[in-house]
Design a protein around this ligand. Structure first.
Ligand SMILES: [Zn+2]
Ligand SMILES: [Zn+2]
Length: 270
């Protein structure tokens, strides 16, 4: 039986419900070999927020302090889920996940991808002339910059489908969708990145398959892209209900062998 690691988790340091220690204890209980803490970097919606660099260093310190307690039981890593349009000095971290929750429209407006379908419609209507495929193209075009600031995991590659179960919002068979999504894979496949199979929306019942959708994952396999399994847990309950086996099956359905799944994200040289 494969032992799992989880390199995409949130804690009270951002929008998670539990502390780093609580998440680590749960990971031990589950028999995971490693846990990576990846809180959201302060986001545009965070308003005045706090000193971002100090916030980041506090997480690094907390992980470093906890590490000895888990020696021989669980490897602990300090990472971050960093938005593609967010600037931050990530040098103190072990690794980064780059994701795109907030595409910037051509008129400069910050839009949202996963903050409710009404806000997606609003963004499309107000900033993309009502053309959802223009919004999608923007999303993927920005996300294809992942890896430009060093090795990275590409977080929930097709998050843009969060409200699109059964293609109810747009068609993933439309040429404009295909060009945008597959085009981004073409660009990213040439860089030092790993794609995650992310089961967050599967756990929450928003999607019936993990990100990335199977046709995209098959294309990644074709191009020789590396993959890792992540739960995107925001609580110990979610970690306990992890869907790693579904993620593994999804990978196999796309043609990946168990031995081809990465054990660690691409670590930054410090
Ligand atoms: Zn995310
Ligand atoms: Zn996340």
């Amino acid at each position: 039986m494969m032992r799992f690691g989880d390199f995409h988790t949130h804690t009270v340091n951002s929008d998670g419900a539990n502390t780093i220690k609580e998440m680590a204890d749960t990971a031990v209980e589950l028999g995971f070999y490693a846990l990576g803490i990846t809180n959201h970097a302060p986001m545009p919606t965070s308003g005045g927020f706090y000193n971002r660099q100090e916030w980041l260093l506090e997480i690094v310190r907390e992980v470093e302090e906890l590490r000895p307690q888990y020696e021989g039981k669980l490897e602990l890593f300090a990472g971050i889920e960093l938005d593609i349009n967010t600037e931050l000095d990530v040098s103190p971290l072990d690794y980064i996940i780059e994701a795109n929750h907030f595409p910037i429209a051509p008129d400069g407006a910050t839009c949202v991808v996963d903050w409710g379908v009404d806000n997606v419609h609003k963004a499309v209507n107000e900033h993309f002339g009502g053309d959802i495929y223009a919004f999608i193209a923007r999303y993927f075009e920005e996300l294809s910059r992942a890896g430009d600031r060093g090795p990275a995991t590409v977080g929930h590659f097709d998050l843009i489908n969060i409200y699109n179960e059964d293609d109810c919002l747009f068609s993933t068979k439309d040429k404009r969708y295909i060009d945008a999504a597959f085009g981004a894979i073409d660009v990213l496949s040439k860089k030092d990145v790993i794609f995650e199979i992310n089961t967050g929306a599967l756990y929450r019942g928003q999607r019936t398959q993990p990100y990335p959708a199977l046709p995209l994952l098959k294309y990644m396999k074709e191009l020789g892209c590396r993959i890792i399994l992540d739960s995107d847990s925001h609580s110990t309950d979610m970690l306990r209900g992890h869907r790693m086996l579904d993620a593994l099956e999804h990978a196999k359905n796309a043609g990946y062998k168990e031995s081809e799944i990465e054990k660690y994200p691409l670590l930054r040289k410090k």
